[in-house]
Design a protein around this ligand. Structure first.
Ligand code: ADP
Ligand code: MG
Ligand code: MG
Length: 869
């Protein structure tokens, strides 16, 4: 098995074998771009390493030897060569990009002798020792696990002692001294010496990269992002080019478009006389790429052309890493750039308009879940009016969030997990070690670093709010404080973070939902064209429905009428109704409720503008409407003109041991038909009235909790007789449909029969899940988390449909229902109707439409489109 490929031998489609970084280095080499020579050790070699009890095999070592010879032949450089010493970087890279998760070592090949050679051939002793100290720090950290801070502290101390502001002021003598002290650190911290043999350096580095696949932070990232553990990483070995060779050299990162907004404009940062991670680690504040246009116009132009070429080639926004050595440009990495949800939408739409991708590809690139972040992302303008801006940083990742401040990932995570706090992680800067704390944070704030710093990249990737480089903040980890002038923020204090403006505020601010912008509407229109399933909304009020219509819902899949009863004046009538002794006593409250409901339906139908509206008749147990505590009971007794004792006795008589399995849904219709008759009257009257006004309303009436054809038929007759009578009385006509909720397992099993008397089905997945599992939905909190933690359940079946059990019942109901009526419309309402994973399953079993809360509509629309692709 071949375990090494030179960059000139691979291409972008070899990601699985070469990893993302390796495949793209190969592709750029193929495109004749200036990429330093090198080779990739494959992910298969990583697998062999894992099987070979975490050791490099002899075969691989031999292959590495050959590759080094070949590299020497093509570059003219050799390890420890007096006149042309070979220096290389060792860079990890898995098939899926995992920013900052794995480790990189630069300047391998340097030792006490070759550093002198390098100084001599470059005529730059400072540069040679700067490179050596970097190698010692990176190697010590990656290979021997010595904390980075131990090395950083030496630099900080040296700068402090000489009163230097920046690393650039370190002299050759300082750097030589630092090298000596770094070697002592090896001795003190790890009881090791730095290996002088370049080959040994290289092999240890490769070994460490392979084993870093299994380090904790990489595992967390993979879990977080559903990346399979089995992928493994490749290792890239590449000839060094030097951004730290002087003021005509530098290193930088750039996106071909703005990763926060999607704007089509080169966006990036660089540092002169710097190497590797200097730009992203925030040790010095980088310059914007714009200034490169002024300072090195030729390099800028060359880079801009390459950026455009790569973007067109890959047909996606690129994130590029480059280095300039003595006025010559090199490309070190290309990958699809991480972006905010808003940028993802804009870039996708723009690329379609630029004819680089088609609509389907645009839709495929959007994570449905991320759309919801775009819809909840601003502080209420009112809340901001009188707010004092505490500090302003770079707007790294848009959104608005408030939380309690923590200064370490660990304390943030504990506060979140154990005290269920909303937390904001506030740090000088972040590193991959902080990932677990970042995941749980509402927002991430740093006092240092630029738009491409670790904190900024991770916040954008996770869609969380982020502000970086808020220099006014003095962060003290020791005191657990952040200070701005004379304001001190302590651990646990609330702050509010605006990732769109970069502003920070003290306290907790109200947020408002943002509206759908033009790009998102365009994308949603395309999604609508592409998807087979409709996307309806669950809406109980005209305001909900209006919002759903703004999101272009296809109609209402579920209006729950019980919510209409909870307004105070209605609740009173409802209670009079329930507490009445007989049908006679119910007449007056029913008449009053009828008038109110009719008005509700009138408004909703009027809004619907031809879109279908499905009204579900009364569902919950009556007990829910009754007063519970003594004070309330006393008030109600007065209101309805009875004694407290009499009222209590009636309440007791309505109590049930298992109300959710009790007297509710269509069971109420059988015992109190006048309630459903009233509701149907309200619906019919409202529809007739609107149709007289020139509308075209066709009511869809839905019966909850149906168990059998006979039961459905019984309730349907009540409903239909009511409608017919009103139509005759008014000499009117009306098209209507009467359908059923599918939420009882028995109904699913007998769906072929129920379909004989039902014009449509709509799955109530909440009750169906509850009854299929036998889990009381209101009580699962006590055991569900443990079931998920132990892997007994893959996820909460109330959030994502359980395809194996509940889903199978649904499939059966769809198949059997359509045996009877091949055109039977079948919807899904309930929580999972807006869940992308569930939507994929619904597409497979032939569901006609999903219905979800208004804010989930854009998410569901994208998911429905993706399900067809
Ligand atoms: P990451 O995956 O964390 O981005 P990389 O392997 O890309 O790690 O390395 C980080 C940085 O190190 C690069 O952006 C680049 O600046 C520098 N680097 C890596 N290899 C070389 C090289 N051969 N010459 C010069 N700089 C390099
Ligand atoms: Mg890195
Ligand atoms: Mg990189």
């Amino acid at each position: 098995m071949r375990q090494i490929y030179f960059f000139s031998e691979g291409n972008k489609d070899m990601r699985d074998l070469l990893g993302g970084k390796g495949a793209n280095l190969a592709e750029m080499t193929r495109l004749n771009l200036p990429v330093p020579h090198g080779f990739t050790i494959t992910t298969e070699a990583c697998h062999s390493y894992q099987q070979n009890s975490h050791q490099l095999s002899e075969a691989l070592k031999l292959e590495i030897d050959h590759a080094l010879d070949r590299l020497s032949a093509s570059t003219g450089k050799k390890f420890e060569d007096e006149s042309n010493p070979l220096l290389i970087s060792v860079r990890s890279g898995a098939a899926i990009s995992m920013p900052g998760m794995m480790d990189t070592i630069l300047n391998i090949g340097l030792n006490d002798r070759s550093v002198i050679a390098l100084a001599k051939v470059t005529d730059n002793e400072r540069f040679a020792y700067d490179s050596y100290r970097r190698l010692l720090a990176m190697f010590g950290n990656v290979v021997y696990g010595i904390n980075e801070d131990t090395f950083d502290n030496v630099l900080t101390e040296t700068k402090k002692a000489h009163n230097y502001q920046s690393d650039l002021e370190l002299t050759t003598a300082d750097l030589k001294n630092i090298v000596t002290r770094f070697k002592e650190i090896y001795q003190n911290e790890a009881n090791k010496v730095f290996p002088q043999d370049p080959k040994e350096q290289l092999l240890s580095a490769v070994d460490s990269v392979f084993s870093s696949w299994d380090n904790n932070r990489a595992r967390v990232y993979r879990r977080q992002n559903d990346i399979p553990e089995t992928l493994g990483t490749a290792v890239n070995v590449q000839t060094m080019v030097f951004g730290n060779a002087g003021e005509d050299s530098g290193t930088g990162v750039a996106f071909t478009r703005n990763p926060a907004t999607g704007e089509k404009k080169l966006f990036g940062e660089y540092l002169l006389n710097a190497q590797g991670e200097d730009v992203v680690s925030g040790v010095r504040t980088p310059e914007s790429i714009e200034t490169l246009r002024a300072s090195m116009p030729e390099i800028y132009d060359q880079f801009a052309k390459i950026a455009e070429k790569l973007e067109t080639h890959y047909r996606d926004m690129q994130d590029l890493e480059f280095t300039i050595e003595h006025g010559k440009l090199y490309l070190l990495q290309a990958r699809a750039g991480k972006r905010t949800p808003a940028a993802a939408v804009k870039v996708a739409v723009d690329l379609v308009n630029e004819n680089l991708i088609n609509k389907e590809t645009a839709i495929k690139r959007i994570k449905p879940e991320s759309i919801s972040a775009m819809l909840h992302s601003e502080f209420a303008h009112k809340a901001l009016e009188r707010q004092h801006i505490l500090a302003t940083g770079l707007p790294a990742s848009p959104g608005a969030a408030s939380g309690q401040v923590y200064f370490t990932a660990e304390t943030a995570k504990n506060a979140h997990d154990e005290q269920h706090q909303k937390v904001v992680l506030l740090r000088q800067d972040t590193s991959p070690e902080d990932i677990e704390g970042m995941v749980v944070s509402e927002a991430i704030v740093t006092s240092r670093g630029g738009m491409t710093s670790h904190a900024a990249v991770v916040a954008r990737g996770m869609g969380s709010t982020g502000v970086v480089g808020a220099h006014a903040l003095q962060v003290s980890y020791a005191n657990k404080t952040a200070t701005v002038d004379d304001t001190v923020i302590h651990e646990g204090d609330w702050i509010s973070v605006d990732g769109t403006s970069g502003h920070l505020y003290l306290g907790q601010l109200d947020t408002t939902e943002a509206n759908i912008n033009d790009d998102l509407s365009t994308l949603l229109e395309w999604a609508k064209e592409i998807s087979r399933m409709g996307v309806y909304t669950n809406a109980d009020t005209p305001a909900d429905f209006q919002r759903a219509l703004d999101f272009d819902a296809d109609g209402i899949g579920l209006t729950r009428t019980e919510h209409m009863f909870f307004k105070p004046e209605r609740l009173l009538q409802m209670r009079r109704l329930i507490l009445a002794k007989d049908a006679d006593g119910r007449k007056d409250p029913l008449a009053k409720i009828l008038a109110l409901q009719q008005q509700d339906f009138y408004e909703i139908y009027k809004l619907s503008a031809g879109k279908s509206v499905t009204v579900r008749l009364l569902d919950p147990p009556l007990h829910e409407f009754l007063p519970h505590d003594d004070k309330e009971i006393k008030l109600v007794a007065e209101e309805i003109n009875t004694t407290v004792d009499a009222l209590k006795a009636r309440i007791d008589s309505l109590k049930e041991l298992n109300p959710m399995l009790g007297h509710r849904g269509d069971r109420l219709a059988v015992t109190y038909p006048d309630i459903y008759q009233m509701q149907v009257t309200a619906i019919t009257n409202a529809a007739i009235k609107l149709n007289q006004e020139g509308y075209d309303i066709k009511p869809h009436i839905m019966i909850p909790l149906t168990n059998s054809k006979t039961e459905m038929k019984w309730v349907r007759d009540v409903v239909e007789q009511t409608i017919r009578k009103i139509l005759i009385d008014n000499d009117a006509t009306l098209e209507y449909k009467i359908g059923t909720m599918m939420e009882m397992p028995r109904a699913c099993v007998t769906a072929d029969k129920i379909a004989e008397v039902s014009d449509f089905f709509s799955f109530g997945t909440n009750d169906l899940t509850q009854l299929t599992f036998g889990y009381s939905r209101d009580d699962v909190g006590s055991f569900m988390p443990e079931y998920i933690a132990q892997g007994i359940l893959p996820n909460d079946p109330f959030q994502t449909v359980d395809t194996e059990g509940v889903g199978e019942l649904m499939r059966m109901a769809v198949d059997r229902g359509r045996q009877t009526n091949s055109k039977l419309p079948i919807g899904v309402c309930g929580e999972v109707g807006g869940d992308p994973k569930s939507i994929r399953f619904f597409e497979k079993i032939g569901i006609s439409y999903v219905s979800c809360s208004p804010f989930r509509i854009p998410v569901a629309r994208i998911a429905a489109a993706q399900a067809t692709l």
